[in-house]
Design a protein around this ligand. Structure first.
Ligand code: NAD
Length: 295
């Protein structure tokens, strides 16, 4: 079992750290939110007053932070963790950030002989709680092999996408597709209901037909169709519209840099930005259903 420091105990990081504790690892946590820290301490984790203190003596540091600027603030500069972590400490960042930000952090880590992996996840809060996340890693093979037994406690599918930044590239491609599928699923359900269909019956039909997809299978956006998903609790919790917009922005920026056409991704980005602009930024992203007025 490893000595692990986990920083960033939000919707995803909280349950991920909890699964590391349950697996028997010695986990020290840190977050700016005292409530988030207290929840993990009540489950058996230790804590410390600062990120540096929390990382003291760690064999592995894992971060799960909102965006690139938070990751840079935690790792880089004179006050960053990389300035003080000993060589050989395994560092895993599971936040979804730009590939070039991940490569920049990896570069600083490499100069200090600190193995670094970008390891963004897919599977949502449900997957984080159940320990069934998909990890998509970018970095050196030996760092990946070292990380694997630790990631196993939090995930079911652990992929090595390639060198530094590759995990983030795969992740932003996935989330662009997810946004397109969620918007499309919401649109199809709204059209069916306008025609008098029961959204639950239509969902079952599409699940077993060629329109079947992850949103229909485990994250139905129509209120009341599926238990335990954000749509059935006023779109609270889950994966925020603001975070989806961040990811669609990452996909858009990346497409511009690489001269890649992403017409569907651009449309999805505009739909989610419009939705956020109407005051829905802190709701779960399946609330895009409301653009099609189900309630
Ligand atoms: P969140 O906002 O719920 O949690 C982020 C946590 O980081 C908060 O508790 C915040 O207090 C903490 N934090 C911020 N800055 C900090 C700092 N400097 N030091 C310590 N703690 C700090 O976000 P989340 O939903 O858990 O998402 C985290 C990352 O995972 C994001 O990059 C997101 O895009 C990605 N992600 C989220 C989901 C999802 O379904 N929520 C799914 C896959 C990937």
């Amino acid at each position: 079992m490893a000595k692990i420091t986990f920083i960033g105990l939000g919707n995803m990081g909280g349950p991920m750290a909890s699964n590391l504790v349950k697996a028997g690892h010695e986990v020290t946590v840190f977050d700016l939110s005292k409530d988030a820290v207290a929840a993990l301490v009540s489950e058996g984790a230790k804590t410390a007053g600062t990120a540096h203190e929390a990382a003291n003596g760690a064999e592995c540091v894992i971060t799960m932070l909102p965006a690139g600027q938070h990751v840079e603030a935690v790792y880089l500069g004179d006050d960053g963790l990389l300035a003080r972590l000993p060589a050989g400490t395994l560092v895993i960042d599971s936040s979804t950030i730009a590939p070039e930000t991940a490569r920049g952090v990896a570069e600083v880590a490499r100069a200090k002989d600190i193995p670094f992996l970008d390891a963004p996840v897919s599977g949502g809060v449900g997957g984080a709680k159940a320990g069934t996340l998909t990890f998509i890693c970018g970095g050196a093979e030996d760092a990946f092999n070292k990380a694997r037994p630790i990631l196993d406690a939090m995930g079911k599918n652990i992929f090595h996408a390639g060198d530094h930044g590759s995990g983030q590239v795969a992740k932003i491609c996935n989330n662009m597709l997810l946004a397109i599928l969620m918007a499309g699923t919401s649109e199809a359900l709204a059209l069916g209901v306008k025609n008098g269909l029961d959204p639950a019956v239509l969902s079952e039909i599409m699940k077993q037909s060629s329109g079947g997809n992850w949103a229909l299978n485990v994250y139905n956006p129509w209120p009341g169709v599926m238990d335990g998903v954000p749509a059935s609790r006023g779109y609270e919790g889950g994966f925020l519209v603001n975070l989806m917009n961040k990811d669609l922005g990452l996909a858009f920026d990346n497409a511009v840099k690489n001269h890649a056409a992403i017409p569907m991704g651009s449309l999805a980005r505009n739909l989610f930005e419009l939705h956020a602009g109407q005051g829905n930024g802190t709701l779960d992203f399946s609330s895009i259903q409301r653009l099609y007025k189900p309630e």
